[in-house]
Design a protein around this ligand. Structure first.
Ligand code: SF4
Ligand code: SF4
Length: 356
């Protein structure tokens, strides 16, 4: 069995809380070797939005906390391209003791264009993306975002919620650990609090003036930046799970509670009693005989025509049990409750209370 923690950067795997020991969703719908979001060789479907084969989903500059940069530097299998990007950031003074961040221009550009440009625009391509083969130049040391992102989820919204809750925990862990390392190495509070390895804060931070110069940030470490990152890796490497709990404090406990809830919904899904056809669902008939259709929900789902008739029975007034009974009486169909869960998880059916 592969556990959730097996997706996470090796330096953290053995100190993560027990939630990360749950079985990892297999996510076979996200086939990175033959990218599920790139146009298929058999021809593009005009209803679908595709990513570029030149970028796949790697159109972001990932924030790498100091200890992760150090762990990457200690890995002899990492390609030169990755090390060159680290050296470039230091040379151009865009590296921080907290880790490596996208430049302010990149953050603002990404934020303004992410909806239309994500997965398509090569100007946003990750510097660690290896164009020859479409591989990741920092794997398996990827950060909270890259280790938890999937373009498609086998368990639909419940799978996404599980990975999202994992990411939220990891973002906070990365931020807390990066600062912990600096504190252990004697950095002042002024430097420590000048930067957050927190993905939500970076857009706001990018609009502010830089609080400290490169030399003020780095102090005596200026000129030996890569050594500092390696020191940080050694500090995190020596930590225990209990120590990580202490470093993260109450915030860590709250993130773990969110993860518990996401794991519970993933393993024992609960669905609302009154469901409706999702208002944004598009139905594309496959043939003139109307015998099969593709449901364009979050991902396309090919179904026989009777499923379209069943979906129409969910009117927000009948309970799920009433719909099962109506399907039997009106359509002579035996409706499996697991199939209803599947339709709900994949945004074909929605909570009738949700206002859009
Ligand atoms: S996660 Fe990214 S690389 Fe993998 S299949 Fe999806 S879009 Fe392609
Ligand atoms: S770090 Fe790797 S997985 Fe993440 S965006 Fe870059 S190339 Fe893609």
């Amino acid at each position: 069995m592969s556990a959730l923690k097996d997706n996470i950067q090796p330096i953290l795997r053995n100190i993560l809380p027990t939630q990360f020991k749950v079985e990892k969703p297999s996510e076979r719908l996200a086939n990175c070797a033959n990218c599920s979001m790139c146009p298929p060789k058999s021809g593009a479907n005009p209803h679908e939005q595709y990513f570029s084969p030149n970028t796949k989903c790697c159109t972001l500059y990932p924030i790498l906390p100091n200890f992760a940069v150090g762990a990457i530097l200690e890995d002899s299998t990492i390609p030169n391209q990755t090390r060159q990007e680290f050296e470039r950031a230091i040379r151009e003074k865009t590296a921080y003791p907290h880790g490596l961040f996208p430049t302010r221009d990149y953050i603002l550009d990404f934020d303004a264009r992410k909806i239309e440009a994500f997965g398509k625009d090569e100007s946003l391509k990750c510097p660690y993306y290896i164009s020859d083969g479409g591989l990741c130049g920092i794997f398996p040391h990827w950060n909270s975002t890259c280790s938890t992102y999937h373009c498609r989820y086998e368990a639909g919204k419940d799978g996404k919620a599980l990975w999202d809750a994992s990411r939220e925990y990891l973002v906070d862990a990365e931020n807390a650990l990066a600062k912990y390392c600096l504190r252990k190495l004697g950095f002042s509070d002024t430097v420590i609090n000048s930067k957050d390895a927190d993905h939500q804060l970076t857009v706001l931070a990018a609009a502010q003036p830089e609080p400290l110069s490169h030399s003020d940030s780095w102090g005596n470490w200026a000129g030996n930046e890569l050594d500092l990152y390696k020191k940080c890796a050694a500090i995190v490497q020596a930590l225990s799970a209990t120590e990580l709990d202490g470093i993260m404090g109450k915030n860590g406990q709250e993130r773990q509670a969110d993860l518990d809830a996401a794991i519970s919904q993933f393993t024992h899904p609960k669905i609302p009693d009154l469901l409706i056809k999702d208002p944004s669902l598009e139905i594309e008939w496959e043939d003139s005989a109307l015998s099969s259709a593709t449901l364009h929900a979050r991902s396309p789902i090919r179904v026989p025509a009777i499923v379209v008739s069943i979906i129409e029975l969910f009117d927000g007034k009948r309970t799920t049990l009433d719909v099962i009974s109506a399907a039997k009486n009106q359509l002579n169909a035996n409706l499996d409750p697991d199939f209803i869960t599947y339709l709900y998880r994949h945004n074909v059916l929605s909570d009738s209370d949700v206002t859009r």
